[in-house]
Design a protein. Structure first.
Length: 220
């Protein structure tokens, strides 16, 4: 084996004549005091690191197709996890929520309709609000509205998923029971969830910009 030509530069001799490696120079890792100034006060951000932190986004839609879900049942009145609302829907836009008083004053506006907003959660633990359209008493019953209401009732008793057909919704029941797979509803009040989905979308007066848009159109 070839001898190291720089051996004399990388080793030193002891009193006994043996060689030893030079002492290792410590690596400079910086001053911890400098890093300390970057740390954010724990009380300001610790909620974001909480594994049990609750989402500030709530789904407002029919439960997704192919996904099993269940509905929070009601055992008495007044209801705690469902309620009727008036909504105003424009094509391609998120719906507005209209107060009952304004809805009465705009009773001839056909973009306003009542819905039953129902709390549900998927088997994976995603919580949402399901707006069920109601059959109006002066009109012919809509098969999709009727079948959706029937599925909602079934979903209070077990895990269900929605399957669409051309004429109405049909459903499939999971073999897993609510006892085997308990639903993971959050402890947030129903109205707190509603407040999230209605933020900046409440119509509580006749001066709201949506009325001008309906009367005269919009360039948005």
């Amino acid at each position: 084996m070839a001898e190291n030509p720089n051996l004399e530069e990388t080793t030193t001799k002891t009193n006994s004549g043996k060689t030893k490696a030079p002492p290792i120079t410590p690596i400079d890792v910086g001053d911890p005091n400098d890093v300390a100034g970057l740390v954010v006060d724990q009380q300001h951000l610790e909620e974001f690191a909480d594994p049990d932190a609750q989402s500030s986004v709530v789904a407002y839609q029919r439960p997704p197709k192919g996904i099993f879900f269940t509905v929070k049942p009601e055992t008495g009145k007044p209801w705690k996890n469902r309620a009727f609302f008036f909504t105003l829907e424009l094509e391609g836009r998120d719906p507005y929520f209209v107060t009952e008083e304004v809805a009465k004053q705009k009773s001839e506006e056909d973009t306003i309709r009542p819905v039953l907003l129902v709390r549900y959660v998927t088997m994976a633990g995603d919580e949402g609000l399901w707006p069920l359209k109601l059959n109006m008493p002066d009109r012919r019953a809509n098969a999709f509205n009727t079948s959706a209401m029937n599925i909602m009732d079934l979903a209070t008793k077990g895990w269900v998923r929605i399957v669409s057909t051309k004429k109405h919704y049909r459903h499939q029941l999971s073999k897993k029971t609510l006892t085997e797979v308990p639903p993971k509803f959050t402890d947030r009040p129903f109205l707190e969830l509603v407040a999230i989905v209605t933020k900046d979308r409440i119509v509580n007066s006749l001066d709201h910009e949506v009325w001008d848009e309906l009367d005269n159109g919009s360039t948005k």
